[in-house]
Each structure stands twice: as C-alpha cells, then as structure tokens.
Design a protein around this ligand. Structure first.
Ligand code: SF4
Ligand code: SF4
Length: 223
C-alpha cells in the first residue's frame, strides 16, 4: 500500500512518545550536553596511535611502515620515518615515526588504516567533541596528540583490546621461542665444532721416514 512505510514510522514515533512518559527505554533523545547517551564499544570516530608503557614516545607501536598512509582513501595521514631505530614490542630494532599527522578535517572514519596496520599500532577513538575555531592547526593532529595508552584502548574497546593483547602476547612468545631455539642451535654447533678440534689433536706423522736406496745406473754392477 502506498505510504505504508510512512504510517509505520509515524506509529513507532507515537509509541515512543507516549511510552516515554512511563518508560525511560522509550526516550530516544537526551538533553545533550547536560545528558549523554552511552557510547557503544564499537563506536568509532577518528584514529589514534597506541603506545605501551609509561612513555608515549618510546612506547609507540608504530614502526612507520607507511602502509596506512598509502591505503588511506582521502590521503589524510602524513608520516616521516626516523633516521635511527628503537626496539619494537618484541625487542627488534625498528624505525619509528619522526612525524605522524592525521588531518581529521579530511578523515572519513573508514577504519582502513586500522585494518591494514600489521603492528596493532593504530585504532579508532570514540572521542567526538573535537570542534575548534582553528580550521587548520586545530584539526591537524600530530603524533603526540594522537598517542593514547594501551590502558585507554582497553577502556574504550575492552573486548577488541583484550583480543589484540592476547595476539601480541602469542606473537611475542613465538618470537622468543624461535630466538631461544636459534641460540641453542648456535651454541650446540659451536660446542660440536670445539669437540671435533680437540679429538683431532696435532697433525703428527706416525711412521718414521725410510730412506730409499738410489737406483743402480746402467752398466754399474749389481751388488
Ligand atoms: S579512518 Fe580512513 S580516512 Fe581516516 S585516517 Fe584512517 S584510512 Fe584515512
Ligand atoms: S600505524 Fe601501522 S600501518 Fe601505519 S605506519 Fe604505523 S605501523 Fe605502519
């Protein structure tokens, strides 16, 4: 029937309006900013950079691989690689971002940067009160403004952060086991080489040298 959808929508609105006088669940709006609706765990606004430990700069997980910069559809991520290296979460020396800016006036909150990051270094924030009068400087966030601790990540996305922690711990354990096995193999190889050298001993000839008598020349009488 023509207009059936409109009638259904109006009926739903009327039901919520009347129901809001008797049940809070029927209240679909809140008196913002005095009141705030709860933010859902899956809510996403703009990206942030995760760091581990107390020092945001040392703890940034980002290794400036620039995959997110390349994959970002509106090209609003700007990264400059460092000249030196710092250990990553498994202790491997890595390049880090000397500069990492995101222009949130351009970002479209697609989360592609999060999906492509191999280091669990960039995640979506749910902070939305970001209005500013400074159109340029105010909306271009640098790495310090983007850096948020892993504890913060746990606060806003507890389920996802716990899964990431478990995955990183597993990868770290695997890397440590591999390094340990390699060290043990190297030590065993070196011990075997030392044992081989010791058993061989010095190179001495066992038989005494025997003098060969000279051959008789032609015409000379044989003894
Ligand atoms: S959320 Fe999308 S648009 Fe925003 S920085 Fe990430 S990839 Fe770019
Ligand atoms: S956030 Fe991730 S994908 Fe982007 S540069 Fe850093 S490590 Fe690479």
């Amino acid at each position: 029937m023509l207009g059936e959808g409109i009638l259904k929508g109006l009926a739903e609105t009327a039901k919520n309006f009347a129901g809001s006088y008797v049940s809070k669940d029927r209240l679909t709006t809140v008196q913002y900013p005095e009141e705030r609706a709860p933010v859902f765990e899956a809510a996403r606004v703009f990206p942030f950079l995760v760091y581990d430990g107390p020092d945001w700069e040392k703890g940034l997980r980002c290794v400036a691989c620039q995959i997110c910069e390349k994959e970002c559809p509106p090209k609003c991520i700007y990264i400059e690689k460092s000249k030196d290296k710092k250990p990553d979460y498994v202790g491997k020396p890595q390049i880090y971002p000397a500069k990492f800016d995101i222009d949130i006036s351009v970002c479209m909150s697609c989360q592609i940067c999060v999906e492509v990051c191999p280091f669990e270094a960039i995640k979506m924030n749910n902070e939305f009160e970001l209005a500013t009068e400074d159109r340029f400087g105010g909306l271009l966030l640098d790495r310090h403004q983007l850096a948020k601790s892993n504890e913060y990540y746990h606060q806003i996305h507890p389920t996802e952060a716990a899964e990431v922690d478990a995955r990183l711990a597993e990868e770290k354990a695997k890397a440590e086991a591999k390094a340990k096995a390699a060290a043990e193999a190297a030590a065993a190889k070196s011990a075997a080489a030392s044992a081989g050298t010791a058993s061989a001993g010095p190179a001495v000839s066992a038989k005494p040298a025997v003098a060969t008598p000279p051959k008789p020349t032609e015409g000379e009488p044989k003894a």
